[in-house]
Each structure stands twice: as C-alpha cells, then as structure tokens.
Design a protein around this ligand. Structure first.
Ligand SMILES: NC(=O)c1ccc[n+]([C@@H]2O[C@H](COP(=O)([O-])OP(=O)(O)OC[C@H]3O[C@@H](n4cnc5c(N)ncnc54)[C@H](OP(=O)(O)O)[C@@H]3O)[C@@H](O)[C@H]2O)c1
Length: 281
C-alpha cells in the first residue's frame, strides 16, 4: 500500500474503500470484506446513513484502530458552527471511535464557513486528525482556503478518466491540498468499463479496465476510494500497484478527458436548487 502525506504531516493510504450507496444493513459485511481484501481506509459520510455499520465492522475486525484510516463528511443540514460541532460528536458516536482521521464538509452550500470553524475546533481538540472539504470547485475552494486558519488537507471531488480535474488539481496543489477522487470509476458512466483505449492498455499489462482507470489516477498523485459491494471487485480494485503505465499510455488516457462532470455541475444554478431540496437528507 502506498501512503500519501497530507499538509499537516498525517499519512493516508492512497487507495481506500468508499461506501456511498452501500445499504446500512450491508455496510458491516462490505467493510469486513474490504478490510479482508487489504483496504485500510474507509470513506463514509453522515448522508450515507451507514457510519454505524462502518464503525461496528472496524471494531469487530480486531485490526488496531491506528492502522485504519476513517473518513467521514458533514452533511449540509448540519452546517453552521453549533450544528456542525454537535454532528461531529454524533459521527464519533456512530463510528464508535474517539477520533476520525479525516472529516470533510460534504458540499459547498449553506453555512460552510460556520461548519468549517467547528472542524477547526474539533481538530485542535484531537477529535479529528485532519480536516478538509468535498465538491469545492476552484472558485469556492480558493475563497475558503484563503480565509481559514487551517488550510484543507483534502478536497474530495469527482475525478475519473472522463473528468480529470487537471486545472482544479493545479489550484489545490498551490495550497498543498490533496485531490481525493470520488467516483474514480465514474460509476461506469460514459461506457467506462468497455472503453476501447482502457481495454487495449489493460491487455498489454494483463489488467482490467477498472485497474487501468484506477492506476491512472494514482500515477497522477490522486487519492482514490473505489466502491464495490462484491469481494472479487474489491480485490481487483485493490490490486493496482504491481504494474505501471508508461508515459505514452498516460498521455493516451489523458486524452479521454472531457473536462466536465458525468453527474452534475456544481456551478449550475439547477444543481444548487437540487441540493437545497436535499438539505433534510
Ligand atoms: N463526496 C461526494 O460527494 C461523493 C460522491 C460520490 C461518491 N463519493 C465517495 O466515493 C466513493 C466511490 O464513488 P462511487 O461509489 O460513486 O463510484 P465508483 O467507485 O466510481 O463506482 C462504483 C460502481 O462501479 C461498480 N464497480 C466497482 N468496481 C468495479 C469493477 N472492478 N468492475 C466493474 N464494476 C465495478 C460498482 O458496482 P458493485 O458495487 O455492484 O460492484 C458500482 O456500481 C463512494 O463510495 C463514496 O465513498 C463521494
């Protein structure tokens, strides 16, 4: 496993396991399988309603807490200083842990400045080992990162071969903030799993399309958290450090970039309206 050092010195596995759209009743089994496959980082969120299952599986695993890196995110209904502060304690309780390794603000909407102050405070108190944001486009990211005391360690944004975040990553690099990819397989959108370029490159290395797509991101120094509920796919997605893409292959994959979201554009007013409707998730 490769580790990446965040801007506060904390080390995070470059490859973790995401549990978005994993049913609360399935979360325990899935995290248990993922830990068995070798994953040591799990990415959950208040809005996924499965922090309890994640925490229980980690506890039951018998693996030392210090060896597992837990990531969670505050949902927008818990923004504002007071609510965010209380919700961090709730997440700690649900995850059955005394500290969360990385806590993010899930979306750049509502009172995220107030919520970020609560993150900073919990960080100073030792409840959080690192703090950051998610889905902050460069405009919101630069604004926030320039006006807080603790610069975000991570910005978790949609990043895959069709939405490579080349410019966005350059801005984050300026602040020493790591790019963490959500949707590293684009949830299979845009025909990712049958893409001819990825297939051809995979054939050369004896690797699957998914492995090539994930390896590409790690070679760009992106942290990734692919999700699967299937043990064989968890293993497949984990097994990406025994080959290396050549500079030519990297260029060919770079050319697949459409530089736009396969899901929704955070700068579109209709997206903002959609999130306002999800405040009560
Ligand atoms: N911050 C945010 O706003 C945000 C948004 C979305 C996601 N995330 C985080 O990022 C994680 C990953 O993103 P994601 O879950 O949206 O999508 P993803 O990891 O890009 O793709 C997951 C999908 O691909 C399938 N899959 C996984 N591995 C495969 C393989 N080797 N071959 C074929 N199919 C495969 C999975 O199906 P099966 O499960 O059926 O195998 C699932 O449908 C999430 O779980 C979550 O932790 C964060």
């Amino acid at each position: 496993m490769k580790y990446v050092t965040l801007n506060n010195g904390v080390k995070i596995p470059q490859l973790g396991y995401g549990v978005y759209q994993v049913e609360p009743t399935e979360a325990g089994r899935c995290v248990n399988d993922a830990l068995g496959a070798g994953y040591r980082m799990v990415d959950t969120a208040q809005a996924y309603h499965n922090e309890e299952g994640v925490g229980a599986a980690v506890k039951k695993s018998g693996i030392a807490r210090s060896e597992i890196f837990l990531v969670s995110k505050i949902w927008i209904s818990n923004y504002g200083y007071e609510r965010a502060k209380a919700s961090i304690d709730e997440s700690l309780r649900r995850l059955q842990t005394e500290y969360i390794d990385l806590m993010l603000l899930h979306q750049p909407f509502c009172d995220y400045y107030g919520a970020y102050r609560a993150l900073e405070e919990a960080y100073r108190e030792g409840k959080l080992r690192a703090i950051g944001v998610s889905n902050f486009q460069p405009n919101h990211f630069i604004d926030l990162a320039s006006n807080v005391e603790i610069v975000p360690a991570v910005n978790q944004v949609e990043t895959h071969v069709f939405c490579q975040q080349i410019r966005s990553k350059e801005y984050m690099d300026e602040f020493g903030t790591h790019t963490m990819s959500w949707g590293p397989l684009a949830e299979g959108r845009n025909g990712l799993f049958v893409n001819p370029v990825l297939k051809e490159i995979g054939k050369v290395h004896g690797k699957s399309v998914a492995q090539v797509a994930l390896r590409y991101l790690t070679q760009r120094d992106v942290i990734i958290i692919p999700k699967s509920v299937h043990r064989n796919r968890m293993e497949e997605n984990f097994n990406i450090y025994d080959f290396e893409l050549t500079p030519d292959e990297m260029e060919r994959i770079k050319s697949l970039d459409l530089a736009k979201s396969a899901f929704f554009d955070h700068n579109d007013p209709e997206t903002v309206k959609m999130f306002m409707g999800w405040r009560a998730l």
